[in-house]
Write a protein that binds this ligand. Structure first.
Ligand code: AMP
Ligand code: MG
Length: 326
């Protein structure tokens, strides 16, 4: 018997990438080859890793790091797209987001260099800061070639997972999939609707490991209609020293991890690449300045912050408008 065209069901696929996991829920028909779809998704994500992972010795980003001073490095189109967005957000956030923080990320032990996670010497911070600065990036050939002036190291970890989700979503759409919820390391891109015709819904990340005050922190559910969401948080990548908590988001103005970083900053946007970059940028700005910035720039954002040992949330109206009312 031939399956009917309307017999669409939800299929769930998953795998590993970028040091984390990916998962995709998609509207599949009986005729769809899920093994081929899985392989196609993994290939998209492998492409991002081969270009933008500092953990891969031969990736394009590592080649750029190792290139001789004065050389121009050709960038593949995906890399150029991500760098475009990174520089757009760097400029718009007045440098709160900076894709050139590689030396500082390594120095604090959050990078691929294998440096231990501890507070480095001040002289080391000053030295690493001299090797950073998005304004030093020079491009030519329509952004497809990047100059290595000597000592610059890119870090696209704050944006690549979101881009990966976008790339997978575009790949699935191009392959004729009508709807999917794509998640890469917590960053999400949704398109189409569920088989029952309702929009995709996702639970917003808060702070599961904290003594969450449930009354103050009700679960928040977002409705996503051709939209993306990304969250930056200090839950996984952090260390404590001398009673202080150091999270992996670095303030480019000081070279030091953001003090009292928000527990979680979530941004909804039309693509996950922008949502991811902005979630990081707003984390650097902090709740007060970040929320004000988000309101003035039409960003849908939510902060979860720690205040006197308790968690508190604050969000823009644009974010609240996307929540499913309890
Ligand atoms: P995310 O989880 O998306 O906020 O990304 C955090 C990662 O981005 C860190 O582990 C660093 O590799 C990198 N990073 C840290 N600080 C910044 C910053 N101010 N701008 C851009 N990338 C950053
Ligand atoms: Mg990010």
């Amino acid at each position: 018997m031939q399956p009917t065209a309307a017999a669409a069901d939800l299929a769930t696929l998953g795998g590993q990438t970028m040091g984390t996991t990916w998962s995709v829920r998609l509207l599949a028909h009986a005729r769809d080859d899920l093994h081929a779809i899985h392989a196609g998704i993994q290939a998209q994500l492998d492409r991002v890793v081969a270009q933008m992972s500092t953990w891969e010795a031969h990736s394009d980003i590592s080649r750029y790091r190792d290139a001789a001073a004065g050389s121009w490095i050709a960038l593949p189109p995906e890399f150029a797209t991500v760098l475009d967005c990174a520089l757009e957000v760097a400029a718009a956030s007045d440098g709160a987001f900076d894709p050139t923080l590689g030396p500082l990320v390594d120095l604090w032990g959050f990078g691929s260099a294998g440096t231990p996670r501890r507070v480095p010497a001040e002289a080391g911070i000053a030295q690493a800061r001299e090797c950073c600065g998005w304004q030093r990036l020079q491009r030519r050939a329509n952004g497809r070639e990047l100059l290595q002036p000597g000592g610059l190291r890119l870090d696209l970890s704050a944006i690549a997972k979101g881009y990966g989700a976008d790339l997978v979503a575009a790949h699935l759409r191009a392959g004729g999939i009508g709807a999917a919820l794509v998640e890469v390391g917590g960053e999400i891109h949704a398109f189409g609707r569920k088989p029952d015709g309702t929009p995709w819904r996702v639970l917003v990340e808060s702070a599961a490991d904290e003594q969450a005050d449930l009354e103050a922190m009700p679960p928040r559910v977002l409705q996503l209609e051709d939209a993306a969401v990304a969250t930056s948080g200090d839950r996984w990548h952090r260390f404590e020293q001398d009673g202080r908590r150091y999270a992996h988001t670095i303030d480019p103005r000081t070279g030091i991890p953001v003090a009292d970083a928000a527990v979680a900053v979530t941004v909804v946007a039309t693509d996950a690449m922008h949502a991811d970059a902005w979630a990081t940028a707003l984390t650097v700005m902090g709740a007060q300045a970040g929320l004000e910035f988000a309101r003035n720039h039409d960003l849908a954002a939510r902060f979860v912050i720690r205040e006197a040992g308790r968690l508190r949330e604050a969000m823009t109206d644009a974010f609240a408008a996307r929540l499913v009312q309890a």
